[in-house]
Design a protein around this ligand. Sequence first.
Ligand SMILES: [Zn+2]
Length: 148
Amino acid sequence: MEMSARFLLKAIAAALFACVVLTVSPLTAAQAAPPHLAVLEGTLLSTSADCPMVRVHDKDQPLTAYTTQLYHTLQDKRLANREVRLEGVMKSDGTFQVERLYTVKDGRLYRVRYFCKVCNIVALEPGNCVCCQQPTELQEIPVTGDAN
Ligand SMILES: [Zn+2]
C-alpha cells in the first residue's frame, strides 16, 4: 500500500512536469526558426556591389532572397551595419537565400516594414509609396511570442 502511494505521487509529479513542459514549449517555439530554415546572425554590410552581404564572425556571406522585396530590403542603406538575424537556406552556389529578416536591438528581434504616414499603408520594400509617391518610412516592429 505504502509503495503504490509513492508510485502514484511520482506519477502525478511526472504528469505535472510534462504539463509544465508542454505549456512552456509553444512560447519558445514561436521564437525559433521553422525547422527547414538555417539561422545566420551577424552584421548586414553596406557594399558598393549589388550583392548584399552579412558578416558573421569575420566571414562575409553573400546573400540572395526568397522575394525581390526582401532582396531590396537587404540592400537598404538604412539597415547597413545593423545587427540582424537571417533565416533561410544555404544554397549550393555558396549564397544564403534569406526567407526572413529581423533586426536585433538589445537581444530583441524586430520585424522590418515600410510605412507611408500620408496614406496610412504598409509597403513590402523600400522606395516611394505606390499611392502618393512620397518616400516611405522604415519601421521596426518588436516581435512578440504570440504575434509570430
Ligand atoms: Zn503614400
